[in-house]
Every structure is written in structure tokens, then in C-alpha cells.
Design a protein around this ligand. Structure first.
Ligand SMILES: Nc1ncnc2c1ncn2[C@@H]1O[C@H](COP(=O)(O)OP(=O)(O)OP(=O)(O)O)[C@@H](O)[C@H]1O
Length: 276
């Protein structure tokens, strides 16, 4: 069995034709080990979402190959691809994407029911407790705060024990402290549960929660950083033309010493350490 959760080999993605043609990805090769937390950064239009969508089997590369675990995605027809995504990928989006008519339990167990599987009650209880929602299971999304809704989305992503959780700007709609809580939970999913997480973000502070940051520019993978702090990530982004960087002011999301929040493990501990 491969030790990589995701592998992209020479992946290109071209949209449109002729003068309208856009090269969203230009020969991206990268392997993401199991149990790692990877952030994907780059200026607007650099190909971050396209990268995430191709890696997750939501979009098909123009050329090159993508493996999710041991399975090469281009070999699958649409039905098998949908089944594979349900089994092997969890998703967390900026806009939460919960079903308004379902309560917390209904939303969290939805991927299992769509796959025709019965929820394992102990695992469901554990996942809901890990995101701190054990006393909210009967609430509907409209009765929850944004941060709580994103925690439901995270539990929904984790409940199938996926190969990878793909997160696209998961803190983009959250305030600083709530964002820190959600990032602490993603970190905890990696450290305590061995989950693999791939997260697209514009925020250097959010990216600093990851073990590894991939930098895209013009559809190409141009750099990477390991265990980097927010200021170093912000400076690299500024070099790539992402945005201007003033040291210490790029912080939008509160960052508790990220290792402490991860090992302390609770929602409250992460927020507390950040002074939220
Ligand atoms: N469906 C599509 N049709 C045509 N062009 C597209 C499509 N999707 C993306 N693109 C183009 O591909 C390039 C990469 O887009 P992508 O959304 O991956 O970038 P991004 O880095 O996620 O951007 P942002 O940070 O602004 O969300 C952009 O030039 C975009 O306009």
C-alpha cells in the first residue's frame, strides 16, 4: 500500500480554447504523505482551487495522473468516481454547505447514508464530541453559529474516516477566534486521529497550522515550506505578488502556539491560548 494519501503527476488543467484558453495548472507533480497537514497558497488565480478539485476527483485534469490512496482517478467512470469520493474524501468548504432541514446528527451522517452505510454509533459519538457539539446534536444549522456550523461540516468530513479531508478556505467566513478554533480542530484531526488534511487558504496564519505549505503561481508549483511561521509564509506570498506584507499585521486568524493547541486538543484550549 502507498504511504501517500494523494499523488499528482505532471497534472495540467486547461480551460477554454484558442484565445480564451487558460492554463490553470501547468505540470504539477507532488505527493502528500498520509497523516500530514498541507496548506496550498498562492495569489488569486494561481490555480489553488483547481489543484484541490483535481486532487479530490471533483475535476478531471487535462493531462497527468492523480492517485487518491492507491486508486488512479482517471481510470474511473463517473459512478465509480462518485463512490470513491464518498468513501475516500471529506470536504469542508467556506460556506459550510450543510442541509438546512437536517439536524447536526443528520448532517454529520449524510455521507454515510448516501453511501448506503449505517453509522457506527461509537465513532459518530466520538467525532461529534471531538468537534465539541455533543450537546447540539438535535439543532439545525440555522440554530448554530458560523463556527458551530463549520464544526458540523468538519465532523461530516471525518465521519467516513476518509483518506483525505479537503478544505477550501474553511475559515474564510469566520471571525478570528472562531477561525482559530476550527484550525485547531483540523490540526487535532491530523495529530490525534492520523487524518490527512489538504487546505486551500489565503491566510498565512491559517497556513501556519500546516506541516507543509505548497506555493502555486501561474498554475505551477513554485515553492514549498515546512513548519513555517505566519510571517515567513506571508513574506513568501508577498514575493509571489499575493499581497503586501507588513510583519505581524498579516494576522487575520488568531494563532495560539500551534503545537500547543494541537496537543491540548480542545476547542476551548485553542481559543484560550489565542486570548479569544
Ligand atoms: N471553469 C473554469 N473555466 C474557465 N476558467 C477557469 C475555470 N475555473 C478556473 N478558471 C481559471 O483558472 C485559473 C485558476 O483558477 P483557480 O480558481 O484555480 O485559482 P485560485 O488560485 O483558486 O484563485 P482564487 O484565490 O481567486 O480563488 C484562473 O485564471 C481562473 O480564471
Amino acid at each position: 500500500m502507498t504511504t501517500h494519501a494523494v499523488r499528482l503527476n505532471a497534472v495540467t488543467k486547461t480551460y477554454g480554447r484558442g484565445t480564451e484558453q487558460v492554463h490553470a495548472l501547468r505540470g504539477v507533480t507532488v505527493a502528500l504523505p498520509r497523516g500530514g497537514f498541507t496548506a496550498v497558497m498562492g495569489p488569486s488565480g494561481s490555480g489553488k482551487s483547481t489543484f484541490l478539485h483535481c486532487a479530490a476527483g471533483l475535476d478531471t485534469p487535462t493531462s497527468g495522473t492523480v492517485h487518491l490512496g492507491d486508486t488512479e482517478l482517471s481510470r474511473l467512470d463517473e459512478t465509480r468516481l462518485t463512490e470513491l469520493r464518498r468513501a475516500k474524501a471529506g470536504f469542508v468548504f467556506q460556506a459550510f454547505n450543510l442541509v438546512p432541514a437536517l439536524d447536526v446528527t443528520g448532517n454529520v451522517t449524510l455521507p454515510l447514508r448516501l453511501a448506503g452505510l449505517r453509522p457506527d454509533r461509537d465513532w459518530l459519538r466520538e467525532v461529534v464530541a471531538r468537534v465539541g457539539l455533543e450537546d447540539r446534536t438535535g439543532h439545525r444549522p440555522a440554530q448554530l453559529s458560523g463556527g458551530q456550523q463549520q464544526r458540523v461540516a468538519l465532523a461530516r468530513a471525518l465521519v467516513t474516516r476518509p483518506e483525505v479531508v479537503f478544505a477550501d478556505e474553511p475559515t474564510g467566513a469566520l471571525d478570528t477566534c472562531t477561525a482559530a478554533e476550527v484550525l485547531g480542530l483540523l490540526r487535532q484531526a491530523v495529530d490525534a486521529m492520523g487524518q490527512t488534511v489538504v487546505m486551500v487558504t489565503h491566510d498565512p496564519v491559517a497556513a501556519a497550522y500546516a506541516d507543509r505549505v505548497l506555493f502555486l503561481a501561474g498554475g505551477a508549483l513554485v515553492d514549498e515550506a515546512w513548519s513555517a511561521g505566519a510571517d515567513a509564509i506571508g513574506r513568501r506570498m508577498a514575493d509571489l505578488g499575493g499581497y503586501g506584507h507588513r510583519p505581524g499585521t498579516a494576522r487575520r486568524t488568531a494563532v495560539p502556539g500551534r503545537r500547543e493547541s494541537a496537543v491540548a486538543g480542545g476547542v476551548a484550549s485553542g481559543a484560550g491560548a489565542a486570548g479569544c
